[in-house]
Ligand binder design. Structure first.
Ligand code: FAD
Ligand code: NAP
Length: 511
């Protein structure tokens, strides 16, 4: 009788429907209202765990962009559609009648964390890492140098990077860093166009890649083969990429077979694959075929970037000066120490892929600038009761979606324990979106609901269908809003404002 599937079919006004049951229960005790900031994996998994393990809690998710899912939409490579299946789980959560999505709301600007804390019993910050680490070396801002974050955002249709227009007119590209993002970029640069055409890569980046002259990609890391941060599946994909040839120097792997014997299994298998690839003697037929291979990629080790070198006219990049390094210590904790020798690597395109970085959100929220995280204890923000964090902003910009899921479940568990243990006072009801909606209205911000996102989604899928793609992403926030028949919006910073009738520009800018 109480079982969810049966209740789910009942009319919401029926006292035995989930909504009716909640109303009945909440007439006795106010439902905990929880707010989550950010709709990436961390936000959605935190919401999912709270909703699953608390029968009354209601969760509102606020997202800066009109569209949800964070790096699943804007980071995961277009040729990895299977990874994006987590969106189905997130959609299921968003459709729960105890969950609401409010896109197009930049927390910290459109509404403060303090205001959210007034409106909710608990606030969970899951806003990811929206910036990138910088090398801090001369020439880093030369034309032809891009952060991996911007490049990934560009081919994935992130609005802020849609106009990047990377210059792909050179033959040699250098990617700095040995992580999975570096491999993603190398693969996108070298993949046959016919592969990419069937993905959700944006039309304009596909057109730019079609004209690309890049045929050689070096990936340079400051440490050695035993310290690479990428994983075996991604390396294997690169090795098997049609029309490309891996160029690994056997000398880089001398003695490593023994050294890796005792290493954990993933590291051992990864190293063995690199060694095998480096030492593989191609058979005669394959040699002939390789002679015709138009594209190459390779790994360079123990090279630390010191300066991006300009062309004689000073206008753009012509190479990178690298310090050769030796390793002090062993295994993951080995440190790269310059030997004093230098080398110049010629290239016309540099992609700095040395990691993402979280930013502070609001003066009310403590932030560890050194580590780039919100200081926390099992997701509880240090010194601010009722405030929590999950995902990359909690533990730094590393870890795949599963890692983020586990970490978000831990934070959700902390929230649940604090609800149960009375640390969070739910005796007084909170207005939730009732209060926040008024604040946003007064500031001219109109949130996008999940059903509105579903209209954008349907429009994107329909546009992609004609070209045989899973979707053609909208890259302009204004277009996203117009596609739902909204009045022409204005863009402020990143958020799109829909002016309520009679409101003035001064009102909007006054906040
Ligand atoms: C290029 C790239 C490719 C990746 N590929 C894979 C892969 O193939 N497989 C895999 O398992 N993992 C992959 N990962 C890792 C995975 O994406 C992360 O583990 C995960 O996305 C981190 O989740 P998050 O929710 O903490 O951050 P995010 O996914 O970044 O989500 C944060 C959300 O918060 C929003 N936000 C930011 N500021 C505000 C604000 N002020 N107000 C409101 N909302 C805000 C953002 O718009 C975003 O939607 C990849 C990572 C990158 C960078
Ligand atoms: N397919 C996938 O599953 C997938 C795809 C993309 C991303 N991801 C995940 O997303 C997370 C982020 O990936 P990422 O590639 O951005 O980060 P990452 O895995 O942390 O790799 C960063 C790389 O940059 C190097 N680096 C950092 N600072 C440097 C400096 N100052 N100079 C030179 N090199 C420097 C690091 O070398 P050191 O080790 O020497 O510091 C490392 O090789 C990772 O957990 C990754 O696995 C997964």
């Amino acid at each position: 009788f109480w079982a969810r599937p049966r209740l789910g079919r009942l009319h919401p006004l029926c006292p035995f429907s989930p909504a009716g049951l909640r109303r009945w229960l909440s007439s006795r005790a106010p439902a905990p209202r929880i707010c989550v900031v950010g709709s990436g994996p961390a936000g959605f998994y935190t919401a999912q765990h709270i909703l699953k393990h608390h029968d009354l809690a209601e969760v509102d998710i606020y997202e800066k962009l009109p569209v949800p899912f964070g790096l699943v939409r804007f980071g995961v490579a277009p040729d990895h559609p299977e990874v994006k299946n987590v969106i189905n789980t997130f959609t299921h959560t968003a459709r729960s009648d105890r969950c609401a999505y409010y896109g197009n709301v930049t927390v910290g600007r459109d509404v403060t964390v303090g205001e959210l804390q007034q409106a909710y019993h608990a606030v969970v910050l899951s806003y990811g890492a929206e910036d990138n680490r910088v090398l801090g070396i001369p020439g880093e801002n030369l034309s032809g140098v891009y952060s991996a974050r911007a490049f990934v955002g560009w081919y994935n249709g992130l609005p802020e990077n849609r106009d990047l227009k990377p210059d792909l007119s050179c033959e040699t590209a250098l990617i700095l860093g040995h992580g999975n993002v570096a491999l993603d970029i190398a693969r996108i640069l070298l993949s046959p166009l016919d592969f990419l055409r069937k993905t959700d890569i944006t039309d304009c980046s596909l057109a730019a890649l079609a004209c690309s002259k890049v045929k050689r990609v070096w990936l340079a890391g400051r440490r050695g083969p035993l310290q690479v941060a990428f994983t075996i599946k991604e390396l294997r994909e690169m090795i098997n990429l049609p029309g490309t040839q891996p160029v690994l120097n056997p000398a880089d792997f001398t003695g490593l077979e023994n050294a890796v014997k005792e290493a954990p299994r993933p590291r051992k298998r990864l190293t063995e694959l690199m060694i095998k690839t480096a030492l593989e003697k191609p058979r005669e037929k394959a040699v002939m075929a390789q002679a015709a291979v138009p594209r190459q990629w390779g790994l360079k080790f123990q090279r630390s970037p010191q300066e991006v070198l300009p062309t004689p006219d000073g206008m753009r990049v012509r190479g990178v000066r690298m310090a050769l390094t030796r390793l002090e210590g062993s295994g993951d904790s080995a440190k790269a120490v310059p030997t004093g020798d230098m080398e110049e690597l010629e290239c016309g395109l540099v992609l700095s892929s040395i990691g993402y970085r979280s930013l502070p959100l609001d003066p009310a929220v403590p932030f560890d600038t050194q580590r780039g995280i919100i200081p926390n204890n099992l997701g509880r923000v240090v010194g601010v009761p009722g405030l929590y964090c999950s995902g990359w902003v909690k533990r730094g910009p590393v870890g795949v979606i599963i890692t983020t899921m586990n970490d978000s479940f831990d934070t959700a568990q902390s929230v649940l324990e604090d609800l149960q243990g009375g640390v969070l006072d739910v005796s007084v009801s909170r207005e939730g979106f009732g209060a926040v909606g008024s604040i946003l209205r007064s500031r001219g911000i109109r949130p996008v609901s999940f059903s509105e996102w579903e209209k954008i989604d349907a429009a994107e899928v329909a546009r992609g269908k004609a070209a045989g793609k899973p979707r053609e992403k909208m890259v302009d926030p204004q277009e996203m809003l117009l596609s739902q028949g909204r009045p022409a919006p204005l863009v402020q910073g990143g958020t799109v404002c829909c002016l309520p009738v009679g409101s003035s520009k001064q009102n909007r800018q006054g906040h």
